[in-house]
Design a protein around this ligand. Sequence first.
Ligand SMILES: Cc1cc2nc3c(=O)[nH]c(=O)nc-3n(C[C@H](O)[C@H](O)[C@H](O)COP(=O)(O)O)c2cc1C
Length: 170
Amino acid sequence: MQTIVVYKSISGFTKKYAEWIADELNADIFKLSQTNKNILEKYDTIIYGGGLHAVGIAGLKKMKKMLQEIKNKKLLVFATGASPRKKGLIDKIKKDNLNNENIELFYFRGGFDFGKLSLGYKILMFIFVNILKLKPKKTEDDIGMISAYEKPVDFTKKEYINDLIASVSK
Ligand SMILES: Cc1cc2nc3c(=O)[nH]c(=O)nc-3n(C[C@H](O)[C@H](O)[C@H](O)COP(=O)(O)O)c2cc1C
């Protein structure tokens, strides 16, 4: 069985998980920007990963567009985000990104490193965090985001990929 891992990573957290997964499964690994329909066609199982950006998984729309014309592939998706994994999160990400399609989705906690963002994202995060700072009643996630903005955080753990690996292997 041929497996490919495709990812889009802005600051390296998704890349780290993609490399761990490819290593574990002995799979090929490509950046989304280096992938095309002809490459994807050669594989039976396609694993796609991207960072969570508000509601969307980075790059997933582009990936799904490429897959539209390719049939009979097993697709698994993973999202990484700065927030801790909590009840209902997977269902929410699924609802926002996969409109009830029968695709397995996994969530791995990534991190946040302002210094590694592009200028556009830096401006976006600057505005976003300053809005959070003005909120009179901050949630736990708001507080986490403000502190991660000031000091980089990395919550990645290799063991988080175990469920995905088991699912591909079955
Ligand atoms: C514009 C922007 C929006 C983000 N929105 C969320 C979010 O809604 N939830 C979350 O958990 N993390 C959010 N994050 C954090 C990233 O998803 C997290 O850092 C992820 O691990 C980044 O992966 P990457 O470095 O591979 O791109 C956001 C980051 C950016 C830059």
